[in-house]
Design a protein around this ligand. Structure first.
Ligand code: PEP
Length: 250
């Protein structure tokens, strides 16, 4: 059975004390243990937040990125093993902001995935089409290419461990959410492509999250879709009441 998951990507927000306060508020407000809540704070907060959440089976911590190499003279960078050493169990890979601002290519993303899996981290791998691809109705081809080029080198065993986040780039941080019809259409497409490559069991069991201006108002309709297993949440994860409302939207 695939798991219901809500992951909060804090991006470059919150000081350590603000982050600890937010975690405290989320813990106090959380009622359901059925949904896995993943907190993805900045690197500097990972150890402290992982320590607080380590005894909670329905909470986990993710890094927002990791480097594609195992060590070396790369000032400012953090390896997958370093992330794992903080107590984080997940890592976001391939977020569109990193593809755009850090120029991350499929080749780099493949190496990051491999490093993360080797460090026993579970990758949350982001894919999604641009507005141009959506308008040209080539979005499904774009999604197919992203999955094929960055993920389909994985063995069935490794593929079975990952989480996919479908995040249409035009919906991230814009306030424009994909309709549940649009999102479900792409999630169904992704699952079908996975089925063709890895078979029914793996395609049925993989969690596919939706991300892109998902909030307390629209989460219920999105999460009611057959192939949407939860959300990767940016802006709305920074307020405990919004994040908690989203986790209660299944
Ligand atoms: C994201 O950055 O992963 C994201 C989904 O952001 P937002 O919810 O703010 O659109």
């Amino acid at each position: 059975m695939r798991r219901k998951i809500v992951a909060g990507n804090w991006k470059m927000n919150k000081s350590l004390s603000q982050g600890l306060q937010l975690v405290d508020e989320i813990l106090s407000a959380s009622t359901s243990t059925e949904v896995l809540k993943i907190i993805a704070p900045p690197f500097t907060h990972l150890t402290a937040i992982a320590e607080i959440l380590k005894s909670k089976a329905d909470f986990a911590v993710a890094a927002q990125d990791c480097h594609h190499l195992p060590s070396g003279a790369y000032t400012g960078e953090v390896t997958a093993e370093m992330v794992a050493s903080t107590g984080a169990k997940y890592v976001i890979i391939g977020h569109s902001e990193r593809r755009l601002y850090a120029g991350e290519t499929n080749d780099i993303l493949i190496q990051k995935l491999n490093r993360a899996l080797a460090a026993n981290l579970i990758p949350i791998f982001c894919i999604g089409e641009s507005i141009e691809e959506r308008n040209a109705k080539t979005h499904l081809e774009a999604i197919r290419a992203q999955i094929k080029e960055a993920l389909f080198h994985l063995s069935p065993n490794d593929f079975g461990k990952i989480i996919i986040a479908y995040e249409p780039v035009w919906a991230i941080g814009t306030g424009v959410t994909a309709t549940s019809y649009q999102a479900q259409g792409v999630h169904d497409f992704i699952r079908t492509e996975i089925n063709k490559k890895y078979g029914k069991e793996i395609s049925e069991n993989i969690s596919i999250l939706y991300g892109g201006s998902c909030n307390a108002q629209n989460a219920k309709e999105l999460f009611a879709c057959a192939d949407i297993d939860g959300g990767l949440i940016g802006g709305a994860s920074l307020k405990s009441s919004d994040f908690t409302a989203i986790t209660n939207s299944f």
